[in-house]
Each structure stands twice: as structure tokens, then as C-alpha cells.
Design a protein around this ligand. Structure first.
Ligand code: N01
Length: 504
């Protein structure tokens, strides 16, 4: 499982590889497979965890499941006829990713338990110098595949460090902790929390759910596949492709309402309101969980169990805000103190301020985090950033989606980056760096498309927006347009030098 320790880098000498990929979630693993399929052996994947899977390896909280249909949430080159239900749960997705890594024989191109602690561009050697928890590497090309939802964000609540009970983030679930019979608080009501709450509510003594903003909820059309369906997926590959295409088209149509003409989403809002009336008969509770922004502004959530769980006798929805956390309790803004044994922090991730970029230093010696902090996350086609030569990004700026499968976007980027690497080799380039003017034009265009979108005008604060108020996370158009844009690497957008240093 992974590169043998003696083959990994050690502290005495940096090990050199042509392409170094950081992270082995859906994106890094997918690129590794593509490079292998292209016949390459000159790459390595560094993964801080002990296995592939990324966010699907890390998010093991009770109830963790995908809100994108299974058949779309798979690599196009590795369709899975064995999905057991229409929306897969975390263990099944993680098994799928592990199985793909095995089938495509790329595990031996991985160094596991290897965390990147620094990456610095050396403009003399034209290489990246990468420090890790398992020694040093140099690389001609560095690919960041760390993902946007990898660094848990803890809330800045007074006294949080003084809490004496159990406290953990949703993405770092403590499986040694048995919550049965305990008084538990869940902070947050996003995609993770709405899966956790119904899963733990029946077995805890009391559950306080701290809601800052009420989310929109739509029905979850999840069900196990019937035997005839599973047989058809298995023996008639066309059926699976057809089902995938139908799901893709249905999801893609939402772009019209999200990005182009938000009122087109009102039909979904009506469905969500009807669900609220049906599943929350208590009018006082219903008022508390009725959202105050346009649907789609934040990520739309799907659940059939969340509202009923809030209605349980042992569950309390607290909407007064949190004043402070004490050794054994949480004090709400209205002064009410509720004793708790355990706190689950489901407060999301550092998306627009990822610490992963604090250790990446580009051509001018600046950390990527400081560049992002100053001007917001900006890149070119979500895949390259001016000032960071020979570096490519999977799931870089403005690649995220609020409505359909990220795997589609990832595969579009994989084609682009694989073609970029092939182009670098074919033309004998020693550096390739996107031109700042090209990047600026790209972002001007992108931000223009976001004007009037529900994410910018829907009246909510969300992790889609950075601290400057700009949407630097989402792709604002149809995903097939993204794919078309990334079909071929476009060296004309980049400053390049050939191996002898002359301009290409
Ligand atoms: O995180 P979030 P998440 N005090 O950031 C609240 C993906 N995902 O882990 O809305 C009190 O969405 C915050 O409140 P508010 C998916 O892309 C996918 O749930 O900001 N509360 C919010 O309610 C998703 O979008 C699946 O006012 C605080 C919650 O915490 C992304 O991951 C499943 C607070 C954070 O919600 C992140 O989801 C799970 C504070 N100081 C996740 N700070 C699938 O099914 C924050 N909050 C594929």
C-alpha cells in the first residue's frame, strides 16, 4: 500500500520527480490514473492521510452521505454498476474510491502519511522544492489537489477552549466517543449537521441544535436500487450511461435559475415550503426554521429526516446565538445556559482561506495565502495562478458547484492538466506560467457572469463568498461550457521558457 519507505524521500537528499501531486481525493487520484494511462511513470502523489479518498475518507460522521446521485458521482471511466442506492453513503463511496485506486494500480505511486509542510519555487533551478513530513522532494511540475473542503473551520466562540467535555469537528468524528445517553450540542445547520442530527438524535439523552441561519431543505429522493435495476446496470452498460445522462441534464438545468435568472428557482422554493408545512406542524418551530434568503443562495440541502428529528421531544433548536462556551455548558445570547457533555462542531471548512496555501511560495517569494488574502482567490480556468510557475490546481478558484457533480469538473481539469504536462514535455519547456493580464481578463468575465446570480443577490452570507464579498468559489455557467473551455491546454495564455532559458 503506497511507496515503500525506503523509496520515499528522506532528509539527506531531496528526491526528484517530474510531476508531484499533493492530495489523493477524487481529484488527485483521478489525475494519477490519467497520467498512468498516458504511459507516464514520472510522477508521485503525496497524501497526508493513510489512504486515498480525501474528504470521503475524512468525513465519517454518522449519516454521512452524498447529495449528488450515485451514478453521476463516479468517474466516467470507472462507472459503478454496483451502487446499492440512488444516493450513496460515505462508506460505499470510500470503498468505490479505494477500489478504483486498486483496479488502476496507482497505489504504488502514492506516498501516504506524508504531509506537505512547505513548497517554494526556485527560479534558478526552475523547480519546486517541497518539504514534507517524510522528507524533501523537488519537482518540475507541482499539482495541488488538496480540495476546498479539507481544512475544518472551528468557530471563534468565547471559551471554546475551556470546554471540559468531548468536542470534535464533523470532519474529524471521534469514533471512540460514545454519545449514547449523553447531553449533546451540534453547532451549525449546514449539509453536515443536517445529516448528523437525525442520526444521533434517537440515541442521545438530549440534543441542542444551534442554528445561526435556517437552511432550505428539499426532499431527498433516495432509495435502494431494486434487483432488476441492479441487474440492468450490471449487464446493460447503456442503462447506466443513460441514467447518468438524464441526471446530468436535470441537474444542469438548474444553472438557468441559479446563475442566469434566479426567479426560475421559485418553483423549488414552493416545494421546500410545502415540505416545511408538512414536516414541521409546530408553528413556532416552523417560524424558526423558515429561511430568510432566496433558495440556492447557499447550498441547497436535501433530507427527509432533519425536520422530523427537530420535532423530537429530546431535541431543542436554539436560534439565539452563542454567547460563550463554559467548562460544561453553552450559554446562548439570551443568557440561557444549557449543560452539555459533548459538542459536535459542524461549522464547515476554510474554503476561501485555506491554511494549505500558507506554505506555498511562488516566484516572488509570496505565499499563495497572502495573495489570496489581498485580492481574493483568483486563477485562470481554476487550474493555474499567475506568479506560481509550473503549478497547476485541481479544484482551484471558481470551480465549485452548487447543483451537480464535482467529479464532472474534476475530470475536465484532469484533461487540461494532463494536456498541459504533455505540452511542457513536447515543447521542452522549463517554465510555464499563466500571464497576469490573461488571468485578470478571465476573472473580469467570470465576475460579470456572477452579477445577478442567486449566490450574489440571494440575501445570504455563504462560504461561496470571500471576505471581500466576491464569489471566488463557484463556476457560474453550464458545466459543459467549463469542459469545452478546458478541452485543450492553451499555451498561448502562458509565459513560457524553453530549457535553455530563451523565450519560447
Ligand atoms: O459546512 P457549512 P458543512 N456559530 O459551511 C454554521 C459539502 N458537503 O460541513 O449558515 C454558529 O455548509 C453555519 O451557519 P451560517 C457541501 O458542499 C456535502 O455543513 O453560516 N454557527 C452553517 O450552518 C457543503 O456545503 C455533503 O449562518 C456557525 C454551518 O455552521 C460543504 O461540504 C455533505 C458558526 C456550516 O455549514 C460544507 O458543509 C456534507 C459559528 N461561529 C457536506 N460558524 C454531501 O452530501 C459556522 N456556523 C455531498
Amino acid at each position: 500500500n503506497g511507496v515503500a519507505p525506503e523509496e520515499a524521500a528522506d532528509d539527506r537528499a531531496a528526491r526528484h520527480v517530474h510531476v508531484l501531486i499533493i492530495g489523493s481525493g477524487f481529484s488527485g487520484l483521478g489525475l494519477a490514473i490519467r497520467l498512468s494511462q498516458d504511459g507516464r511513470d514520472d510522477y508521485l502523489v503525496l497524501e497526508r492521510g493513510s489512504d486515498v479518498g480525501g474528504t470521503w475518507r475524512d468525513n465519517t460522521y454518522p449519516g454521512a452521505a452524498c447529495d449528488v446521485p450515485s451514478h453521476l458521482y463516479s468517474y466516467s471511466f470507472a462507472l459503478n454498476p454496483n451502487w446499492s442506492r440512488s444516493f450513496s453513503r460515505q462508506p460505499e463511496i470510500q470503498r468505490y474510491i479505494q477500489d478504483v485506486a486498486d483496479r488502476y494500480r496507482v497505489r504504488d505511486k502514492h506516498v501516504f502519511d506524508c504531509e506537505m509542510t512547505g513548497a517554494r519555487w526556485n527560479d534558478t533551478t526552475k523547480r519546486w522544492e517541497v518539504q514534507t513530513s517524510r522528507g524533501a522532494y523537488t519537482a518540475d511540475i507541482l499539482v495541488s489537489a488538496v480540495g476546498a473542503l479539507c481544512e475544518p473551520a472551528l468557530p471563534d466562540i468565547r471559551g471554546i477552549n475551556d470546554f471540559q467535555g468531548e468536542l470534535f469537528h464533523s470532519a474529524r468524528w471521534d469514533h471512540d466517543s460514545d454519545l449514547a445517553g449523553k447531553r449533546v450540542a451540534v453547532i451549525g445547520t449546514g449539509a453536515s449537521a443536517i445529516q448528523i442530527v437525525p442520526s444521533i438524535a434517537p440515541r442521545v439523552a438530549r440534543l441542542d441544535v444551534y442554528q445561526r441561519t435556517a437552511p432550505w431543505l428539499l426532499p431527498r429522493m433516495d432509495r435502494p436500487y431494486t434487483l432488476p435495476e441492479r441487474l440492468a446496470f450490471k449487464h446493460l452498460p447503456g442503462v447506466q450511461r443513460l441514467s447518468r445522462t438524464a441526471i446530468y441534464a436535470a441537474r444542469e438545468s438548474q444553472v438557468v435559475g441559479l446563475a442566469k435568472f434566479p426567479p426560475a428557482m421559485l418553483a423549488l422554493e414552493l416545494i421546500a415550503r410545502a415540505k416545511l408545512r408538512r414536516e414541521v406542524p409546530d408553528k413556532a418551530l416552523r417560524a424558526k426554521v423558515t429561511p430568510n434568503f432566496r433558495i440556492g443562495c447557499k447550498r441547497m440541502l436535501i433530507s427527509n429526516e432533519y425536520y422530523p428529528a427537530l420535532g423530537r421531544a429530546n431535541v431543542d433548536l436554539v436560534t439565539d446565538g452563542i454567547r460563550e462556551i463554559r467548562a460544561g455548558s453553552i450559554v446562548a445570547a439570551d443568557g440561557t445556559e444549557r449543560e452539555v457533555d459533548a459538542i459536535v462542531v459542524a461549522t464547515g471548512f476554510h474554503v476561501t482561506d485555506s491554511p494549505a496555501y500558507e506554505v506555498v511560495y511562488g516566484r516572488e517569494g509570496r505565499s499563495l495565502a497572502s495573495v489570496f488574502d489581498e485580492s481574493g482567490q483568483q486563477g485562470y480556468k481554476g487550474s493555474a495562478i499567475a506568479g506560481y510557475p509550473n503549478m497547476f490546481f485541481l479544484l482551484g478558484p471558481n470551480v465549485g458547484l452548487g447543483h451537480t457533480s464535482m467529479v464532472y469538473m474534476i475530470e475536465s481539469q484532469i484533461s487540461y492538466i494532463a494536456d498541459a504536462i504533455a505540452t511542457v514535455d513536447r515543447l521542452g519547456l522549463s517554465t510555464v506560467e499563466v500571464r497576469k493580464s490573461v488571468q485578470d481578463n478571465y476573472n473580469r468575465d467570470l465576475q460579470r457572469k456572477l452579477v445577478g446570480s442567486v449566490w450574489n443577490t440571494g440575501g445570504c452570507a455563504s462560504w461561496y463568498l470571500d471576505k471581500h464579498g466576491n464569489n471566488t468559489t463557484l463556476w457560474p455557467d453550464f458545466t459543459f461550457r467549463f469542459r469545452r473551455m478546458l478541452e485543450k491546454f492553451d499555451p498561448g495564455a502562458y509565459d513560457t521558457t524553453v530549457a535553455d532559458g530563451a523565450a519560447a
